[in-house]
Each structure stands twice: as structure tokens, then as C-alpha cells.
Design a protein around this ligand. Structure first.
Ligand SMILES: [Zn+2]
Length: 317
């Protein structure tokens, strides 16, 4: 018997949505720690950054967009491949779905397994799951950097390094200095590192910080509307990633097994980070990936619904 409900299975309370304007062209659709969607309103069209989990859930984003503009949504950018952010993409009727080459490769390699795994992990976050038409395939695949002009508005779509996944992509409005980070940065929400490159993540955060953002839309949590809040979001994410990985590496060096390391990491990190949403959900996945990276798995292993359950039984029973 597990002592805790698996992943976010016990999390059934609906969250309150906020739709905040961060600059002349940038908006954030956030929901108290549920996955965020960024919105950029150009001269003639709208860009959406991360799609939500289902086409039905995308309709709520569109409803909020329609309170400020009637321009069509022409671009959807996927910050990475995770199902809870990409499977609603068809709901926007966009002309293009944009992703990095590395994200495209991950969708091809593990998108199907990830969809099944994530639907089990987050039943509440896949409202009207039957409306998902299948995997989301990008129509534009870029390497490193893509510049788009939404009329006179310059939008940079960039891959600045690995962290949350191999394909992490950010969207940057250079003139307004607004950054959409995807899950590379979280705020008041626990970073999920089950598919991460933990050795690389801090340097990627440094690259984000070097842009000197005035505002930032994290993957989860409230929009960060000032440079001070941006710093807080970056520092909090960096602290969690580094402290969790350091703890696991010390355990590996001491010859401890995964379960012992997990229990120690939980006790060490809970006082500082346990109030962040999805802490209990993420930590078993996070420590498992950290253990793999600290031992002999340079690349994250594929999570399947079956592997999720087996891991949870090992660490939480
Ligand atoms: Zn993610």
C-alpha cells in the first residue's frame, strides 16, 4: 500500500485563473501553480506559448484572449514536449506549431509513452481528455534560434541550453524584455526534473538571467512582473535544482540505494521547498532522475505509466 496517493491523483481542487498584462504585447494565463500559457499579441495575430493539456482547456485560454483582442491565433510555440502543455494545441486552429529540433525528436521518441504517463499522473489537468486528437506534431522545427516578426513586433524563439528537458525553448520579446521560460523556471511550484539534465540546468538559468528580463512567465506559478520577482523565480529554481542534485550525488558517493537517498532528500528539502505546489508529486521522479544522472544514465530514461507505478511503489510504500 502506498502511503501517498500516486503523483497528483489526489489533487482535485480547481484553481483560479489569472490573465495578467505584463507589457504592451505580453500576457500571462496562470492558475495558482497549474501549467501556464503565455500570450503575445502582435500587430495582426496572436502567439500562444504552451497550449494546455486538451483542446477543450485551450478554449478557456482563447476566451481570455478574446477579452483583449479579436486577432487570430496564428502561432503556437511548444517550450518542450510534455503532454500537459502540448496536447491542447489543436484547439487554437493555429497556422504553425513551432518547436525545437530536440523537442521534435523527443515527441517522436517518447511522446506516446509520455501522454499515457501524464494522463495517469494528473487526471484533473486533462479535462475532457477524449478531445485530444493524438500527439501534437510541430509544423516548424528550428535549431537554436528562430526570429519571427508579428508585424513590427520582434519575437525571438530560442534554445539557450538544456535543463528541464533536452529541447527547452524560451520566447523572448527583446524590446519589452519579457521572457516566457516554460518549465525551466517555476515560481511557488516544485520543478519537475524527471526528464532533466541537472548538470546543465544552472548554466541555462544563468543564460536566461543574462537576458536581464523585466518580466517573466514561468512554467507554473504567478507571472513575475518586476526584475526583483524575476530574480526570486530564477534563484528559487536554481536553489532547488542544485540542492536536490547535490543531496543525491552525496548519497550515491556514500553507496546508498535509491530509496535511502529519496527518504534523506525528502527530509532535507521538505522544510525549505515543501510548501511549493506538487512537491510530493515531483520529488520521487526528481530524485530518481538525479540518481540516474549521478550514476550511469546521461540521458533521461523514458517514463511509461508502468514505470511510474513501479517507481512509486519502490519509494513510497
Ligand atoms: Zn514540463
Amino acid at each position: 500500500m502506498s502511503s501517498k496517493a500516486f503523483a497528483s491523483k489526489g489533487d482535485l481542487a480547481e484553481k483560479k485563473v489569472s490573465f495578467d498584462r505584463l507589457s504592451e504585447h505580453a500576457y500571462a494565463y496562470t492558475a495558482e501553480g497549474d501549467p501556464n500559457t503565455g500570450v503575445v499579441i502582435g500587430d495582426n495575430s496572436v502567439m500562444v506559448i504552451d497550449a494546455q493539456a486538451t483542446p477543450v482547456m485551450a478554449q478557456d485560454v482563447i476566451r481570455h484572449i478574446r477579452t483583449v483582442t479579436d486577432k487570430p491565433v496564428e502561432h503556437v510555440v511548444l517550450t518542450h514536449y510534455h503532454a500537459v502543455r502540448v496536447l491542447g494545441a489543436s484547439g487554437y486552429g493555429a497556422r504553425e506549431v513551432i518547436a525545437s529540433r530536440d523537442t521534435y525528436d523527443l515527441i517522436a521518441e517518447r511522446g506516446e509513452a509520455d501522454m499515457k504517463s501524464e494522463i495517469e499522473r494528473f487526471p484533473r489537468l486533462f479535462r475532457a481528455v477524449e478531445s485530444i486528437p493524438g500527439l501534437t506534431w510541430p509544423t516548424v522545427v528550428f535549431e537554436k534560434r528562430l526570429t519571427l516578426w508579428l508585424g513590427k513586433l520582434q519575437v525571438e524563439v530560442m534554445q539557450l541550453g538544456r535543463g528541464h528537458t533536452k529541447g527547452d525553448t524560451i520566447v523572448w520579446l527583446p524590446k519589452e524584455r519579457v521572457l516566457f521560460s516554460g518549465d525551466l523556471v517555476e515560481y511557488g511550484a516544485t520543478p519537475y526534473t524527471g526528464d532533466a539534465y541537472l548538470s546543465d540546468w544552472p548554466a541555462t538559468l544563468d543564460a536566461l538571467e543574462a537576458l536581464n528580463p523585466a518580466a517573466l512567465v514561468p512554467g507554473r506559478g504567478a507571472a513575475l512582473a518586476t526584475p526583483e520577482q524575476v530574480r526570486e523565480g530564477l534563484n528559487g529554481t536554481r536553489a532547488f535544482v542544485q540542492e536536490m542534485f547535490e543531496h543525491v550525488k552525496r548519497g550515491v558517493e556514500a553507496g546508498q540505494d535509491l530509496r535511502t537517498i529519496y527518504r534523506g532528500a525528502y527530509d532535507a528539502l521538505q522544510p525549505k521547498f515543501g510548501h511549493w505546489v506538487i512537491f510530493d508529486h515531483c520529488l520521487p521522479f526528481d530524485v530518481t532522475r538525479a540518481y540516474d544522472e549521478a550514476t550511469n544514465h546521461r540521458d533521461p530514461r523514458i517514463w511509461t505509466a508502468e514505470r511510474d507505478q513501479a517507481m512509486w511503489e519502490t519509494l513510497e510504500r
